[in-house]
Write a protein that binds this ligand. Structure first.
Ligand SMILES: Cc1cc2nc3c(=O)[nH]c(=O)nc-3n(C[C@H](O)[C@H](O)[C@H](O)COP(=O)(O)OP(=O)(O)OC[C@H]3O[C@@H](n4cnc5c(N)ncnc54)[C@H](O)[C@@H]3O)c2cc1C
Length: 494
């Protein structure tokens, strides 16, 4: 794994000797990284008739995709949504994704929503079926094989009024956390091999090669002690994020560097992103991490209230877990506590948010936590007043989750950064067009260079708006588009 923030050298085209160009090492499209984005890019490029080489630095395909939870954010009327009676349309999905995006890229969101049903079918055609069933609980991931659940803030203020809510978290039909996407990656590998893509494992791209005109025309690779070059009509970088590179994390997303547990695989070291930067591509949203420490399930805990170290509420507690976590990060010292009375308290299903203690009185609780005297008393009074009225006019928590908290003892769960187990990964990367073409700061494209997946900057821009499934969803969707576009451009240049 490489650390550091250094930008790899750019090589000039004279390294592509006559031998390299003669054929054996010349490809229409070279894809860097065999995760979901790279696999989809390579497959579509090959299906479009391109001669494709796929380089993977690890000994196996899969990357972080193979470790992930298996949610794909899809909608607009998929077969699972229809079979489970959830009305949705590309327009409603578009409105929602625009609403949760910090800087919405309308053309990408539009393409993603309008192409979502087709993409759902394309994913299933890899060789599996999303179960036509729905998991109704508020959860991080469905424990079973149900094909659909809410994995975002669709029903949460202020979004519930901006787009008609629909569940869009489609999970592959394997129970548990990680085996599902591994199955998809194995199927993707089978389809990639059938399509005639040449795959080289334990081979990492190290530098890009550019022509005199500034177009990317190949790359240098390394496999153990061996090095070499390939010529390419186009290069698609799909080499993952940078959460495993402590220097890049410290430089770009210091919150992730502080205490959280990093979620990623060995080669999420940002080399792909730095390769893009080496030829002048702009990097976007590099300071945005996804950070989360879910306190639900059980959903009963959501009826409690969260205070900062002033003893004050600061958000609607029914937000998707990474939204609430992001609000916590913004509080003084990233400190917050979840308080739940004895009528509603249950133990968290995942031991991520520790129980500090149960307190007989709120005064005792304020004292023990070092919160200003009377602050939580006041907050609790107000919270109970709102809960009794059935409307949270202060923070707009949905009535479904409002319940007066009156019966002591009161349990306090620790949401402080460094105490709760926050986990995260990075969201920023190479600026790209809707077809995955890498862009410079002025918006012009770097000819011959594409990026997709976690090393590109796409829809998921920050933890507050993040919906589980957008990473796999957009990595596969825009990976496909990048592969097709690269194949087209490359064949036009032949
Ligand atoms: C525990 C966990 C759960 C998650 N759950 C979900 C979920 O349910 N839904 C969701 O949408 N997202 C989820 N995510 C996020 C999601 O998994 C990733 O964002 C996504 O898989 C990234 O896909 P990718 O193809 O861009 O990268 P990867 O899958 O990481 O693939 C990149 C590949 O590039 C290779 N590589 C790196 N550098 C080079 C190089 N120089 N040359 C050649 N190869 C190289 C790597 O070895 C790797 O195989 C989860 C993440 C984690 C860690």
């Amino acid at each position: 794994m490489s650390r550091g923030t250094e930008i790899p050298d750019v090589l000039t085209a004279d390294v592509l000797t006559a031998d390299v160009l003669a054929g054996a090492s010349a490809y229409d499209v070279v894809v860097v990284g065999f995760g979901i984005a790279g696999g989809c890019a390579a497959l579509e490029a090959a299906r479009a008739g391109a001669r494709v080489l796929l380089l993977e630095r690890a000994a196996v395909h899969g990357g972080t995709s193979s470790m992930s939870g298996g949610h794909f954010y899809l909608g607009g009327g998929t077969a699972v949504q229809q079979a489970t009676g959830h009305e949705d349309s590309p327009e409603e999905m578009y409105k929602y994704l625009v609403a949760v995006s910090k800087e919405p890229e309308h053309d990408k969101i539009r393409a993603y929503c309008e192409g979502s049903v087709e993409h759902f079918g394309w994913l299933e055609a890899l060789g599996f079926e999303f179960e036509r069933s729905y998991y109704p609980e508020k959860a991080v991931i469905q424990p079973g094989t149900e094909g659909l659940m809410y994995t975002g803030n669709e029903k949460v203020w202020p979004y519930q009024d901006q787009a008609r809510p629909a569940p869009r978290g489609h999970k592959v039909p394997v129970p548990g956390d990680t085996e599902g996407t591994k199955m998809v990656m194995d199927l993707l590998r089978a389809r990639v091999e059938e399509a005639g893509v040449e795959v080289r494992y334990e081979t990492g791209a190290t530098n890009l090669v550019v022509s005199g005109e500034g177009a990317v025309v190949g790359l240098a690779w390394k496999s153990f002690d061996e090095t070499g070059y390939v010529a390419a009509g186009a290069v698609v970088i799909a080499a993952g994020g940078f959460v495993m590179n402590p220097d890049m994390v410290a430089a770009y997303t210091p919150r992730l560097a502080e205490k959280p547990f990093t979620l990623g695989s060995t080669y999420d070291d940002g080399l792909g992103i730095r390769l893009g930067a080496s030829v002048g591509a702009e990097l976007k949203h590099m300071d945005e991490p996804f950070i989360t420490a879910p306190f639900y399930p059980p959903a009963a805990l959501i009826t409690g209230f969260v205070v900062n170290q002033h003893g004050e509420r600061f958000c609607n507690e029914d937000g998707y877990h990474s939204r609430t976590s992001q609000f916590v990060m913004e509080q003084p010292d990233s400190a917050a506590y979840l308080i739940v009375d004895s009528e509603h308290v249950e133990y968290p299903k995942f031991p991520l948010v520790p129980l500090i203690d149960g307190f007989e009185t709120i005064t005792e609780l304020e004292d023990a936590l070092g919160l200003p005297a009377g602050s939580v008393v006041k907050t609790l009074e107000r919270y109970n007043e709102l809960a009794d009225a059935g409307e949270d006019v202060d923070f707009h928590k949905a009535p479904e989750w409002l319940a007066p908290q009156r019966i002591g003892p009161w349990a306090v769960f620790d949401l402080r950064l460094g105490k709760a187990m926050y986990a995260g990964f990075t969201l920023g990367g190479i600026r790209v067009t809707v077809d995955g073409e890498a862009q410079r700061p002025d918006g012009s494209v770097v000819p011959g260079l594409y990026a997709a997946g976690a090393c590109a900057s796409n829809l998921a821009q920050d933890g507050k708006g993040y919906c589980s499934g957008t990473q796999l969803g957009e990595g596969s969707f825009f990976g496909r588009r990048a592969g097709r576009h690269a194949a087209r451009v490359s064949s036009a240049g032949r």
